[in-house]
Ligand binder design. Structure first.
Ligand SMILES: [Zn+2]
Length: 168
């Protein structure tokens, strides 16, 4: 990945140690999760094995994560059903991001283990994010003008709408 200047990621690094339990398990497991709770946590979609949420510390606008409910640190421990669902959701998210954000490209991938850059190393997750030729400059401006918190709600609203009715 290119080096992108993202000052808000410092807040993430500084706060990561304070959350004692897994941030994905905290947001993931309840199929009966209240709609308001999902909205507050920027959860966009819940499937049988995986859910999608907006990354609160994004590299670019539209940065989402596809996360299996199961707390696993290795892809090879994931069930075939959950792995297939992750890929199906990745396909769907690619289409949604292309439609909503008209990016020049899309990054899609997983960082397994802290050495590979995983922020939450114990619970695997797939990043999907739109990219533009000039996104590094664009995002540093957005970060410094503090538009981001509002932008995240807007990201969630738009993607939720685009995913409405989708079933894996
Ligand atoms: Zn977890």
């Amino acid at each position: 990945m290119d080096h992108i200047f993202t000052p808000w990621r410092y807040a993430y690094v500084a706060s990561a140690d304070r959350e004692t339990s897994c941030i994905f398990c905290n947001r993931a497991p309840s199929r009966e999760a209240k709609a308001e709770e999902d909205e507050r946590n920027l959860v966009l979609y819940r499937g049988p094995n995986c859910f999608i949420l907006v990354n609160r510390y994004p590299y670019t606008c539209g940065h989402v994560m596809i996360v299996p409910y199961q707390h696993l640190d290795c892809l090879d421990k994931l069930s075939g059903d959950a792995a297939a669902e992750m890929m199906s959701l990745a396909q769907r998210m690619e289409g949604v991001l292309r439609q909503l954000y008209r990016p020049d490209g899309i990054n899609l991938g997983m960082n397994l283990g802290k050495a590979a850059g995983a922020g939450v190393a114990g619970h695997l997750h797939m990043h999907v994010l739109p990219r533009w030729y000039a996104d590094a400059n664009f995002m540093s401006v957005v970060g410094e003008t503090r538009v981001l918190p509002e932008a995240l709600e807007e990201t969630a609203r738009r993607i939720r709408q685009a995913l409405a009715g989708y079933r894996v």
